[in-house]
Design a protein around this ligand. Sequence first.
Ligand code: DAK
Length: 259
Amino acid sequence: MDFKNLTITKEENVAILTINRPKALNALNTELLNELDKAIDVLKADDEVFVIIITGEGKAFVAGADIAEMRDMTPEEARKFAILGSRIFRKIELMDKVVIAAVNGFALGGGSELALCCDIILGGEKAKFGQPEVGLGICLGFAGTQRLPRLVGIKKAKELIFTGDIIDAEEAGKIGLVNHVIPQDELMAKSIEMAKRIASKGQIAVRYAKVAINRGIDTDMDTGNAIETDLFALCFANEDQKEGMTAFLEKRRAEFKNK
Ligand code: DAK
């Protein structure tokens, strides 16, 4: 499938989705969001893809929602735009495949919110994060007020959102906004390496673990434990569980069929 603002490449079981609108620092307009929506559906349906890496072309990951498009929106248009972005980001978050954000540069506003809905965030040394929305006279629209406090804590999230400060990769690493800070020229290689490491595991088990974490985090400990217990038990219905444990006992590498 051809996209105007995105490219998709594949390496073994890893797909790399690159946001490719560098003239506007990959800012998210409606057209790009609709393409992203379609691309996620395509990758979700592709049985050969186990792990997805999202990155940006040029010096930005994504410099936010498109300010030029947003400026003249009516409240109703703004509502539709926010619903569109939030729905896609939630789809990424709940997707039954692991999604890694490889943040190569500016991840601001909606760009930071895009990274936040990914399972793992890897930041190149040139990555910059921030929620500058209040400086534009708007609050956040793609669920950053919900995900950022859950990730870095309520006080730090409030500081970032109320000041609009832009922080560098090192600071983002310190506050737990990124999993790892990586030398810029190694960002994609290391991201692919991690993606392949995840892809080499039993994908049903990875998927169940993602569900348990995502569903459990928004509930109480007992309900979360119950979700985990059921998913753990369900693993024993899969060939992968027999293969993984047999391989360990036979001192060989597991060959998962994801069945
Ligand atoms: N939107 C549109 N164009 C953008 C853009 C953006 N977010 N960011 C950059 N560009 C464009 C610039 O206008 C410029 O275009 P030309 O002038 O060349 O035509 C081009 O990209 C290159 O940018 P600069 O010349 O500014 O590049 P610099 O290296 O000098 O500066 C920068 C890089 C990232 C510091 C700067 O571009 C910048 O401050 N960009 C804006 C960052 C920002 O404020 N992002 C947050 C956007 S607000 C909601 C829905 C969604 C949201 C909120 C509410 N609802 C509907 C309720 C989300 C909001 C946001 O994300």
